[in-house]
Design a protein around this ligand. Structure first.
Ligand code: MD3
Ligand code: FE
Length: 225
């Protein structure tokens, strides 16, 4: 296999410096898994994430039903998603610090925009980024994302750290679910007729990621208002 600057003996169509095609799996009419799409951004994403988390640390919020979530949450952007005994809502202020949520780092915005664009949703400008942290055993029950003012924009999800099995259902809670494994660097984009499909995450299995340790971190970018 030749590299740049050397003379190939024959025409090498698959030189390892040639751009790879984007690995894209379609899981619904307007839902796509972009394998490894976030990897080229990772070196900029991790320091930005650390900075956001010093200003808005992970916390385990309580659902309106009174259960403490196994997934710990933080947010950045104009709006943060919160839950407590009174319900789910997007807020401008982090209730734990009394301060506005940290601004959305430029690299987060760039990553969300380019993933949406690659999945056919050009012009996506998210105003909310929910950051979920799963430790082994943490899960997210089947639900719909419907706390936003409108559903014309997609949701973009970035997976980092240890793997998880994603459950992708239909328009009804009782519809069958497909299982989609998600790995470090994978991005999922779903919009249009798929925007309100039920989904969840199976309990995360014990594992260790070289950069992130024993955790899975997921970003979900949305247009809240
Ligand atoms: C929805 N987060 O925060 S996002 C959430 O991995 C949430 O932390 C999950 O659901 C997480 O509200 C899942 C990934 C995802 C992927 C494909 C979907 C959500 C989807 C397809 C349809 C609907
Ligand atoms: Fe969700």
């Amino acid at each position: 296999m030749h590299r740049k600057g050397t003379t190939p003996a024959t025409l090498d169509l698959f030189a390892d410096d040639s751009p790879q095609p984007l690995a894209c799996e379609q899981i619904g009419p307007r839902s796509f898994v972009l394998r490894g799409f976030a990897l080229p951004f990772i070196d900029r994403v991790l320091p930005s994430l650390a900075s956001v988390l010093t200003r808005a640390p992970f916390r385990n919020m309580v659902t309106p039903g009174g259960r403490t979530m196994s997934v710990a949450l933080s947010s950045c952007g104009q709006f943060g998603w919160t839950t407590d005994r009174s319900g789910y809502q997007y807020t401008r202020i982090d209730p734990q610090t009394g301060q506005p949520w940290p601004g959305m780092p430029e690299v987060f915005m760039e990553l969300a925009r380019s993933a949406a664009d690659a999945a056919g949703f050009a012009g996506f400008v998210p105003d909310a980024c929910l950051i979920n942290r799963y430790i082994p055993g943490a899960k997210m029950s089947l639900h719909q994302d419907k706390d936003e003012q409108g559903y014309e924009w997609p949701v973009v999800s970035i997976s980092l750290g240890i793997p998880a099995m994603f459950l992708f259902g239909g328009q009804l809670r009782s519809d069958a679910t497909q299982r989609v494994p998600l790995f470090h660097g994978d991005v999922v984009v779903w919009g249009g007729e798929d925007r309100l499909r039920f989904h969840g995450v199976m309990p995360v299995k014990q594992a260790e990621h070289p950069q992130l340790g024993e955790q899975r971190i997921n970003f979900t970018f949305r247009r809240a208002r």
